[in-house]
Design a protein around this ligand. Structure first.
Ligand code: FAD
Length: 276
């Protein structure tokens, strides 16, 4: 095998690929353009930036996602190792402090022997070198043209969900409570309960609310497992109480009863960094 590999993109895939190659003594040229040019979704200069949810999914050994993480841990994955160190409470899921996570990955990549980081947009795919293209769903246009010449595909696409961020100080903890569903995990989800009247007020406001405009790279093509909340609401007035606002498995400690609906929030930063 040739002892040099080009990795394009220091996102999640590219960071892990570069690190694993370097650890095995293979020289890596890692191209990342974000210092000079950012995709429409990336905003930070750090690598392995999580652009949306801070959850890497279940960490339970009882399902495929958790099992795969455990295998990655055993195999010495950089990202899982850094994620474990930047973990924030999220029941059975592995969720991370996104800034802490990205900063640590960046720091490790910059200090790993055999990795040379080139802060440029990669635009030409050479025939005589091994290249791993890990430029993600928002690959730059120039590189996409080259990928398209090789693959014949006209576009790259992915399903995207935008998760709102709620500041801790805006939550009334005299009403909300910490608890994990069915008592599983660390009990650190923040649950904002609604009674029937509050739920219907929310429902009525939601279905007539102003909608975000689509970016020019977005199309309204929906994925069943990741429906926008207003679409779920429009399918029936109680549907949300069986989906994202389901109260099942939670007992409100103030009333000792199940609420009519619950907005369950996952923490995004470590507790010691809370601004109260
Ligand atoms: C708006 C948005 C929301 C998302 N929400 C979720 C979610 O909630 N859950 C989820 O699992 N996934 C989500 N995704 C998908 C998410 O992008 C992937 O899960 C993950 O980031 C993919 O990792 P990656 O390494 O393939 O790409 P990325 O993490 O996107 O990394 C690609 C890197 O390549 C760089 N790059 C691109 N072109 C070039 C070039 N020509 N030269 C040099 N560098 C280049 C970029 O700057 C970037 O740093 C979302 C994606 C977007 C865009």
């Amino acid at each position: 095998m040739k002892k040099e590999v080009i990795v394009v993109g220091a996102g999640l895939a590219g960071s892990e690929a570069a690190y694993q190659l370097a650890k095995r003594g293979i020289k890596v040229k890692l191209y990342e353009m974000k210092a000079k040019k950012k995709t429409p979704a990336h905003s930070k200069d750090y690598y392995s930036e999580l652009v949306c949810s801070n959850s890497l999914g279940s960490d339970s050994l009882e399902n495929a996602s958790g099992l795969m993480k455990e295998e990655l841990r055993i195999l010495g994955s950089l990202l899982i190792d850094v994620a474990d160190r930047n973990r924030v409470p999220a029941g059975q899921a592995l969720a991370v402090d996104r800034d802490g996570f990205s900063k640590e990955v960046t720091n490790i990549l910059k200090n790993t022997k055999n990795i040379e980081i080139i802060e440029e947009e990669f635009t030409e795919i050479p025939n005589d070198k091994i290249v791993i293209i890990a430029s993600g769903p928002l690959t730059s246009d120039k590189l996409f043209e080259k990928i398209s010449e090789i693959t014949g595909e006209e576009s790259l696409y992915f399903y995207d969900a935008a998760a709102p961020i709620v500041t801790f100080e805006s939550i009334d903890m005299n009403k909300a409570y910490f608890q994990s569903r069915y008592g599983k995990g660390d009990g650190e989800y923040i649950n904002c309960p609604m009674n029937k009247e509050e739920y219907y007020n929310f429902y009525n406001e939601l279905i007539k609310a102003e909608r975000a405009e689509l970016e020019n790279f977005e199309k309204e093509k929906l994925f069943d497992a990741c429906m926008p909340i207003e679409k779920i609401a429009m399918s029936g007035e109680k549907t949300m109480t069986f989906g994202p606002l389901k109260p099942k498995g939670l007992i409100n400690p103030r009333t000792e009863k199940m609420d009519y609906a619950v907005v369950q929030l996952r923490q995004m930063i470590k507790k010691e960094n809370y601004i109260i």
